[in-house]
Design a protein around this ligand. Structure first.
Ligand code: 5AD
Ligand code: SF4
Length: 446
C-alpha cells in the first residue's frame, strides 16, 4: 500500500574519539536530515548505520572493525541496510576498509561530510561509495543551515581543524590535514543560532584551537582571544571554553583573556605529553618541560584559580625510567585537575613508528604509576572544592528523583538533590561533598 508521505528513514550514528567527532556527528545528522533521515538510538531499526571513527591509537581503529563485524546479522535481516564508515579511520584507510569488511557500503573522510547525501544515494543504487578528498570548498559553509531545534545547554562548535605541528607520534596532521580556521563571522553566526536554541555554554573546538587565525569581519586574521572577546558580547551566552591547545600557541592575548574575560571559564586543557626534555625533543614538541612550567605560572598569574588539564603519553620510543620520572615530577609540580594518559601506540606512517619501542609490560607499569598519581591529584583538587560556592550550569536530571546534574565553572560534575532548577539554569551551589567522580552540593539562596 502506497503512503502519501514516505516514512522517514532512520540513521544510527555511533561516535568514537574526540569532541570534534561529536560535533561532526551532529553535522552529519543534519546533512542526512535533508535526505529524509531522522536519527535513531539503536542500530536494530536503522536504514543506515554510520560509525564516526577515531584513529588516534591502534585500539580505537581495531574497535571499529570488531563493531562492523557485529552488524552482519542486521544486514542479513535487512539487505537494504547501508553501513558507512566516517571519520579518521575512513580517511586513513579509505578503500581498504571495504576490502577488509565487505559489509561497508560507504566510506567518507572528515572533510567530505557535506557530500553524505550524494554518497548515500550512490550506495542505495548498489555501488560502493567513497570520498576521502580534502576538498577546497568549505564543508562548514555547505553544511550551514539555520536549524531551529532546541539544544542542550552546552554545545561544541568547531572553529579550527587540522594540525601543522607534526608531533612524531600523531596521525592528526595526516587524517585531518593542514590547519584551517573558519572565518569569525560564520562562527559568531553559528554561536548566535545556538544561543537562540537554548545553548548557554559553548566549547570552541580545534585540534590546535589556540592556533586559530580565521578571517575577521574586515578580512584581517583574528586570534582565538579576539574571537572569544566577540563571543563574550553575545547576550544569553554565559560560558566559553576551548580545547585542545598547544603550549607554543598560548599567545599573550589569550593568557590575558583568562584573567579579564568574564565568560571565559577557569579551565584549560594544555597537553604537555612528557616531562622529559629528551623525549619532548624526540616527540618534535618544540618546547621544554621548563618552558611549559613557566607558561603555566604565567597563566596562573592571570587567573590564579584556573584548573589545569593535560594529556600524557608513556612509553614513547626510547623513554627511560629517568625520562618517565621527569614526567611524574612535572605532574607533581603542575597539579592537574584532570589529566588523560595513554600508552604510546605505534601509528604506521608517523616518524616514531620506526624507532626502538619500549617493552609493553614496561609501558603498562608506567601508565599505572602515572595514573595513580593523577587520580590522587585530581581527587585532592576536587575534595578542596568542598565548602566553596561555585556556579553550576544544570544540564540534565540525575538518577535520583528531584536530583539535577550540572557542571561547575571548573568542569566538575555537580549533583544537587531537590534542586528546583530547570535544565539550562545557572545557579550558585555550595559544595558539600566530594565523591569519586563528582561533587554534591546545595543551591545557595540568592
Ligand atoms: N599513542 C598514544 N597516545 C597518543 N595521542 C596521540 N597520538 C598518540 C599515540 N600514537 C594522545 C596525545 C594527545 C591525545 C589526544 O592522544 O596525548 O594529546
Ligand atoms: Fe597531534 Fe596535537 Fe601534536 Fe597536532 S599538536 S600533531 S594534533 S598531538
Amino acid at each position: 500500500m502506497a503512503n502519501s508521505k514516505p516514512e522517514p528513514k532512520k540513521l544510527f550514528i555511533k561516535t568514537y574519539g574526540c569532541q570534534m567527532n561529536v560535533y561532526d556527528s551532529e553535522r552529519m545528522a543534519e546533512a542526512m536530515g535533508g535526505a529524509g533521515y531522522v536519527e535513531t538510538k539503536s542500530p536494530d531499526d536503522a536504514d543506515m548505520i554510520l560509525l564516526n571513527t577515531c584513529h588516534i591509537r591502534e585500539k580505537a581503529a581495531e574497535k571499529v572493525y570488531s563493531e562492523l563485524g557485529r552488524f552482519r546479522k542486521l544486514k542479513n535481516e535487512n539487505p537494504d541496510l547501508k553501513i558507512g564508515v566516517a571519520g579518521c579511520v575512513a580517511q586513513a584507510e579509505g578503500e581498504e576498509i571495504m576490502r577488509r569488511q565487505p559489509l561497508v557500503d560507504l566510506v567518507v573522510g572528515p572533510q567530505s561530510y557535506h557530500k553524505l547525501p550524494q554518497l548515500e544515494a550512490k550506495a542505495r543504487s548498489g555501488e560502493k561509495a567513497l570520498d576521502t578528498d580534502f576538498p577546497i570548498e568549505d564543508k562548514f559553509e555547505i553544511l550551514k543551515k539555520r536549524p531551529k531545534a532546541k539544544r542542550a545547554p552546552a554545545a561544541f562548535l568547531t572553529v579550527q581543524e587540522g594540525c601543522d605541528k607534526f608531533c612524531a607520534f600523531c596521525v592528526v596532521p595526516y587524517t585531518r590535514g593542514a590547519e584551517v580556521s573558519r572565518p569569525a563571522p560564520r562562527i559568531l553566526d553559528e554561536a548566535q543560532n545556538l544561543v537562540e536554541r537554548g545553548v548557554r555554554e559553548i566549547t570552541l573546538l580545534g585540534q590546535n584551537v589556540n592556533a586559530y587565525h580565521g578571517a575577521g569581519p574586515g578580512g584581517n586574521a583574528w586570534s582565538l582571544a579576539e574571537l572569544i572577546w566577540a563571543l563574550n558580547d553575545i547576550d544569553g551566552l554565559e560560558r566559553i571554553r576551548f580545547t585542545t591547545s598547544h603550549p607554543n600557541d598560548m599567545s599573550e592575548d589569550l593568557i590575558e583573556a583568562h584573567g579579564t574575560c568574564e565568560k571565559l571559564m577557569p579551565y584549560l586543557h594544555l597537553p604537555v605529553q612528557s616531562g622529559s626534555d629528551h623525549i619532548l625533543k624526540r616527540m618534535n614538541r618544540k618546547h621544554t618541560a621548563e618552558s611549559y612550567l613557566r607558561l603555566i605560572r604565567k597563566i596562573r598569574e592571570a587567573r590564579p584559580d584556573i584548573l589545569m588539564s593535560g594529556d600524557f603519553i608513556v612509553g614513547f620510543p626510547e623513554e627511560t625510567e629517568e625520562d618517565f620520572q621527569a614526567t611524574l615530577d612535572l605532574v607533581e609540580e603542575v597539579k592537574y585537575g584532570y589529566a588523560y594518559s595513554f600508552k604510546y601506540s605505534t601509528r604506521p606512517g608517523t616518524p616514531a613508528a620506526e624507532r626502538a619501542q619500549v617493552d609493553e609490560d614496561e609501558k603498562s607499569e608506567r601508565l599505572q604509576r602515572l595514573q595513580s598519581l593523577i587520580t590522587r591529584q585530581q581527587r585532592e583538587i576536587q575534595d578542596a572544592m568542598v565548602g566553596k560556592t561555585v556556579n553550576v550550569l544544570f544540564e540534565k536530571p540525575g538518577r535520583l528523583t528531584g536530583q539535577m546534574v550540572g557542571k561547575s565553572d571548573y568542569l566538575h560534575a555537580v549533583h544537587v538533590a531537590d534542586a528546583k532548577v530547570e535544565i539550562g539554569d545557572i545557579a550558585r551551589v555550595e559544595i558539600t561533598d566530594s565523591a569519586a567522580n563528582s561533587l554534591a552540593g546545595r543551591i545557595k539562596a540568592a
